[in-house]
Structures are given as C-alpha cells and as structure tokens.
Design a protein. Structure first.
Length: 289
C-alpha cells in the first residue's frame, strides 16, 4: 500500500523500534473504531437525573409552565410576557394616555387599540420610554446572535414593521453609532485614501506660516474677545494678537502688516505668497469661526 506523507513520518519515527507493522482495513478494525467513537449519544448512556433549564431562556422573555401527568413526559408551555410588559407600561405613559383619551372621545387618531388591549399605530406596537423597554428592543435587534449587528438602515427596517415610538429612527442611529463591536469588526466600504503628501520644510524664518483664531473668550477692557494665532512653520514661534470678533478684513490686514510684516516677514514671503490672498484666506477662516 502506498503511504501518504503523514504515514511516512510515522514510519520514520517507528523504524528505530523493534516492532512489526501490519496493515488492517478500517472497516474491519472494529476494536479501534469502538474506542474512537463517543458513547454519549447512545441510548444506554441517556441520563435520568433532573437537569436545570438553560439560563439563556431568560433573554427570550418567556416563562415555563410544567404540566406533569403521571407516567408521561412533562409538557412545556411557553408564553411570551414582553407584550404584557409593554401593555402595562402604556398605562403609565403620558403621551399614550392623551392619545387614548382622544380615541375615547371619538376624535380622529392614527392610534388604535388592538383586541388584546395594546395600543398600536397601524400594526406597530407603541413602545413607551419606560422601564428600559426601548433599550431592550434595540439591544435585542442589534446584539442578538441572529441579528449579526446590522447597520442603522437595516436595523430600522427590521424594527419598523413591529414597533413604534416617536424618536425611533434617531435612537437606532445613536445605538449603532456607540456599538464597540461594529467599530472594531466591520470593515470600511469606502475607497482607500491616497498617500499622504507632507508639507515642504521652509528655508527661512516666517517664510511660511499657519494661523488660527481662538474665539468666545471673555471680553477685556479694550473690547478684545478673540486671539489671532500666527505660527512660523520653521521655528514654531508664535504670535498671539488680540482682536475683536467684529473686526473687518481691512482691520486684520492692517494688524498683520503692523505686527508681523514690519518686524519678521522677509520680502520672499511677500513675493512668493501674495499677502492679499493670504489675508483673504484668513478672512474666510475668520468668517467660518
């Protein structure tokens, strides 16, 4: 018989021992077959002791009632009680109570009362924001093993035919946004970002600068309530100019020339980076702030 690689490795190991190896077909090797098979599934090994029901049934919101009959197997009857919890919570929700009063007065309403006494919107059960019922529905629809962590749109489409509350779509989006499992596991479906293009290193001080505005500060005795921050990209030295949020672009240009150009900016900056364009950009940033 031709041996495979695994059998050849065993032959290399066993050749140093004084033993005889005989081939025995698997279908007649009943002794080894019996030892390799599990006996837990045979009828002789079925246990007759009492076993506790799985704790996972609690997450199904079900109750178990055992009806014992002498000499017969116990019959299990499962009854969902989540709808009963919603029905009881509806009696404590101010909004649904007002809608119920309108229905009793015969006024037109999108709500109705089902045969079992549950307030519904069309065919959708109205879930009040009481006792964490809405959070429980969101958690079950997103974190359950059969749900597979759907996205915002899919999760909303799954819940919409059965449940209703006023901020349902918003709550679904917020619940999915804070799910750590989705952030860690789900892949991005967007195109890959391009390579980063670092900024060139300036050759002279104050040849290239960066700027930003700090606004919303307490007003000083000179009516200043903002700071214009200008930083040299080469030396990282900064200038902090007090300004007012209502200053015009001309006022900022005058301040820039008086505080920066007069002392530090060389002609290369003025020639290569047009000062009017630079101030125009700063003015646009200022408007956005």
């Amino acid at each position: 018989k031709e041996l495979n690689l695994r059998q050849k490795r065993w032959i290399e190991l066993l050749k140093d021992y004084d033993c005889t190896i005989d081939f025995h077909p698997g279908k007649v090797n009943v002794v080894a077959d019996a030892l390799s098979r599990k006996s837990s599934n045979t009828l002789a090994n079925l246990g007759s002791h009492n076993q506790t029901l799985l704790l996972e049934m609690r997450s199904m919101n079900t109750t178990v009632e055992v009806d014992q009959v002498a000499g017969l197997l116990a019959a299990l009857q499962l009854k969902a009680d989540f709808v009963d919890q919603i029905k009881e919570a509806q009696t404590r929700d101010p909004f649904l109570l007002r809608m119920l009063e309108r229905m009793k007065q015969g006024k037109k309403s999108i709500f109705s009362i089902r045969a079992d006494g549950v307030i519904v919107n069309g065919e959708r059960v109205c879930v009040p924001d009481i006792d964490g019922l809405q959070e429980e529905i969101l958690r079950e629809a997103h974190n359950a093993p059969y749900a597979v962590h759907p996205g915002t749109v899919k999760m909303y489409q799954n819940l919409r035919p059965y449940y209703w509350w006023q901020t349902m779509k918003k709550d679904v989006a917020e619940f999915v946004a804070i799910c750590m499992t989705c952030h860690q596991v789900k892949v991005e479906h967007q195109a890959l970002a391009g390579k980063l293009r670092p900024l060139s290193i300036p050759e002279w001080m104050w040849e290239k600068i960066t700027m930003d505005f700090v606004v919303g500060l307490p007003r000083t005795f000179r009516k200043h309530d903002a700071i214009w921050v200008i930083i040299d990209r080469l030396t990282k030295s900064a200038q902090f100019l007090p300004i007012r949020q209502g200053d015009s672009l001309d006022k900022l240009a005058e301040l820039y020339v008086f505080k920066i150009v007069r002392y530090m900016v060389c002609l290369y900056l003025l020639c290569q980076i047009e000062i009017l364009d630079l101030l125009h950009v700063s003015g646009e940033v200022y408007k956005r702030r």
